[in-house]
Ligand binder design. Sequence first.
Ligand SMILES: Nc1nc2c(ncn2[C@@H]2O[C@H](COP(=O)(O)OP(=O)(O)OP(=O)(O)O)[C@@H](O)[C@H]2O)c(=O)[nH]1
Ligand SMILES: [Mg+2]
Ligand SMILES: [Zn+2]
Length: 291
Amino acid sequence: MAVGTIVKTSSTIYEVENKDGRVACRPCGRFRVERIHPLAGDRVEFDPKEAVITEILPRKNRLVRPPVANVDRLVIVASLAPPRTADILLDSLTAFAFYKGLEPLLVINKTDACNGSELAKAYCEAGIPSITVSARTGEGIEQLKCILSSREGGLSVLSGSSGVGKSSLINALGLANAVTGELSERIGRGKQTTRHIELMKLGGGYIADTPGYSSFDPIEMEMTDVGRLSDCFPEFSELIGSCRYGDCTHVSDEGCAVVDAVRSGRIAQSRHHCYCELYKKLKPIKEWMLK
Ligand SMILES: Nc1nc2c(ncn2[C@@H]2O[C@H](COP(=O)(O)OP(=O)(O)OP(=O)(O)O)[C@@H](O)[C@H]2O)c(=O)[nH]1
Ligand SMILES: [Mg+2]
Ligand SMILES: [Zn+2]
């Protein structure tokens, strides 16, 4: 028996990779009975001779979209050039990364068309590592490669709305010949429904492209616990202890240190607005509803 990582999934075949190479495997019969679904990123035990996956090792985490397991880093790609990334999507994704315990990295692409350094600085100050790049000119791509390769064996997943340049970045990193532009949108939607995922090797780890989306639904993404929401905005954390009431929701409460910081400009209004919108969505969720 060998141990490896699922690096590619199609309808019934899973490509498992380890230091000895790649084997296209099928899952063992028990999986169907027990409704066990292997995912890209899964560490698995497999029989290389029979080409069968026999066991999925315990997962660190699992994303719904894209369907990937054991993710270390969420690379949030944004663009100030059209189609400009909506603040609320960007901030929902950074919150989502913290919620799932993923290391966030904000990558502002298309700097050849629109300078993103001020935005990057603002996010760095809010506690979210950010860089500016251009997939077109190659600016910042070496730095991006360096950051993404830094975690030995780690898995990074690209996210962000359609057209921000995720697939172009995969190409600029020299990892694949990913389809970009309008065509990718169509294929992208197809990919999402057929759940085909491929991890590409980067340094000691992997990276996965994802078809973009236009809105973020926290419930669909299994981000449901309103009690953990304020922890997903790192710039709130040092203030929360100073709110007048211990059960402050930081939405519009009297004596809220977060709301005060928004008024004085220390916290970006758009970030707080995103917090409030997510709060509204998560507040009515009760545990029994999730069963
Ligand atoms: N000016 C400029 N255009 C870029 C850059 N990167 C990508 N583009 C263009 O933006 C468009 C979309 O790029 P894609 O890489 O397909 O975007 P995507 O994020 O993969 O989109 P989806 O797969 O639909 O989610 C293409 O027309 C690219 O040529 C860049 O750095 N500068
Ligand atoms: Mg794409
Ligand atoms: Zn408060």
